[in-house]
Design a protein around this ligand. Structure first.
Ligand code: NDP
Length: 289
């Protein structure tokens, strides 16, 4: 293997420590504790794991968590009412609605009701717009975390070509916006892109956010490139479940300069950035008086 591993697990741990220090300073200076409300509707097993991990991080970071576990039969009106009450609660600086929601609830309607100034997931169209025009707002946690990892190994992106595979609103598009802000020349690829391997071979920074296990092969990677693997896919190997990314790690690590592993790469950064967004929100609330 030639690539250096980007240890997202360690970077995220250090970020959480820094957030805890800043949250303690905030409490001492202003009497304010950053507050994160998490709404989980139903009993989707993956969602329960994500919410548990997020709540563990709040405790470590000195963020107060307010947990709302609602039955799968909850109506849209009830969720909207809860969001409205959290919007009005000054102790809540961040509101997170765990997706997916049961089918009787329109996710766009619920996410659209969250006060954009408490939208720590960064999914509200207002925050997507703010990112696009370069105004301060909330950046979705996975791209924000990925950008921190890229900054750590390649701080100057001027003159560099970044290819982002995937154009989702929560990963691909905001990732491309962040890379553009950092002066990279950015290409967004998707399922209709022609000759993806050839395009990827031109990338100094390659971000894979596709949801296809081990799709990006070493032969797609430019020698020395920074490879960020956002994908989280569960596959079966010898009858056992295993988590893999969208990048074929073994072959890509032979060619890349730096590469994130799965697990312990982008995943822990996503949760740490949720805490960072919540802290940022509390800081803004204090400034706004
Ligand atoms: P989406 O399904 O919303 O988007 C996937 C994107 O990949 C689409 O734009 C799609 O193109 C594109 N795509 C699909 N197949 C191909 C292909 N064969 N060639 C090129 N492009 C393709 O996924 P998300 O953005 O939500 O998530 C992507 C991955 O990241 C998933 O594995 C997910 O689990 C993971 N993830 C990880 C997080 C973390 O914390 N590490 C957080 C969020 C997601 P098109 O638009 O044309 O359909």
């Amino acid at each position: 293997m030639t690539a250096q591993i980007i240890d997202g697990f360690a970077v995220a741990a250090s970020l959480r420590k820094d957030i805890a220090t800043r949250a303690a300073e905030m409490k001492a200076a202003h009497g304010v504790v950053p507050g994160l409300a998490v709404i989980l509707v139903g009993e989707d097993p993956a969602s329960q794991v994500y919410v548990r991990n997020k709540l563990l991080a709040t405790a470590e970071c000195g963020v107060k968590s307010l947990e709302y576990k609602l039955p799968v039969t909850t109506s849209e009106a009830e969720v909207l009412e809860l969001v409205a009450s959290l919007n009005a609660n000054p102790e809540v600086h961040g509101i997170l609605v765990q997706l997916p929601l049961p089918k009787q609830i329109n996710a766009d309607k619920v996410l659209g009701l969250i006060d954009p100034d408490k939208d720590v997931d960064g999914f509200h169209p207002m925050n997507a717009g703010r990112l696009s025009v370069g105004l301060p707002g909330f950046v979705p946690c996975t791209p924000r975390g990925s950008q921190i990892l890229i900054d750590a190994v390649l701080p100057d992106l001027a003159g560099k070509h970044a290819v982002v595979i995937g154009r989702s609103n929560i990963v691909g598009k905001p990732m491309a916006q962040l890379l553009l802000q950092k002066n990279a020349t950015v290409t967004i690829a998707h399922s209709k892109t022609a000759d993806l391997p050839a395009l990827c071979r031109t990338a100094d920074v390659l971000v894979a956010a596709v949801g296809r296990p081990q799709m990006v092969k070493g032969s797609w990677v430019k020698p020395g490139a920074v490879v960020i693997d956002v994908g989280i896919n569960r596959i079966e190997v010898d009858g056992k479940g295993k988590l893999v990314g969208d990048v074929d790690f073994a072959s890509a690590a032979e060619v890349a300069g730096h590469i994130t592993p799965v697990p312990r790469g982008v995943g822990p950064m996503t949760i740490a950035c949720l805490m960072l967004n919540t802290l940022d929100s509390a800081t803004r609330a204090i400034k706004a008086g």
